[in-house]
Design a protein around this ligand. Sequence first.
Ligand code: 8Y4
Length: 264
Amino acid sequence: MGILNITPDSFSDGGELYRSGAPAMDAVLRRARRMLRAGADILDVGGESTRPGASPVNEQEEIDRVVPVVECLRSRFSVPISVDTSTAAVMRASSAVGASLINDVRALRRQGALEAAAASGLPVCLMHMRGEPASMQQQPQYLDPVREVMEFLLARVEACVDAGIDSAHILLDPGFGFGKTLAHNLALFRALPGFCALGFPVLVGLSRKRMVGDILGKPESKRLHGSLALALIAAQSGARIVRVHDVAATVDVLKMFNAVQEIG
Ligand code: 8Y4
């Protein structure tokens, strides 16, 4: 899954896809084309920055960032488009223009999100986040992070099924970096086989995250090799989708993994 951040202040790619209040569509198309040539199977389009400390974006602004991009990519390419949003109106508008997956870091807890996702008929990725981006890294504490994240995700699965979402349309994500210390992230990472054993496809986002920076002592621009190592270990642990900035390098790593595993 290749990341397309349509934000002025994105985590890792510096607002190149959003300029003077609108998506920079030519830059978005160039980036998308490059990711597809490199072997991306899904493109994830997001308009809300969830980097630690970020404040939420207004709903109309998020619609204006995301929906035209989903529509444009949909008309040009046949790859599934994922929409990274927690906002019901964005889910509705994106599904109307052909989105294929709802990727919600808040696991459909926002007002109206469960209903909007259910009405869309689309698959959903439920991610665990403790708190909100503005404050989530202020001393997160857990008695047992693995157990708490798993219980949270299973409770959200139940809420989805109760709202009419087919359990075959649910993916899970432990939410690396979202309200977690390095120790929490590592414990969750080691537990990935257990998350996969819950029976839902697991998606992970590790690309260039602080977890890599904490271990290597390197800034975002120098975290590629660490991110590739984590992508490989995640695949070996059973994760089915890795959300990344660096598609070409990650695809090479996963092709090597698949060859050794005798997967396609
Ligand atoms: C700490 C470090 C906190 C980085 C946030 C970030 C994920 C995601 C993002 C993920 C899924 C980012 C939208 C980019 N991360 N969606 N989205 N899983 N499913 N944030 O891990 O790197 S935001």
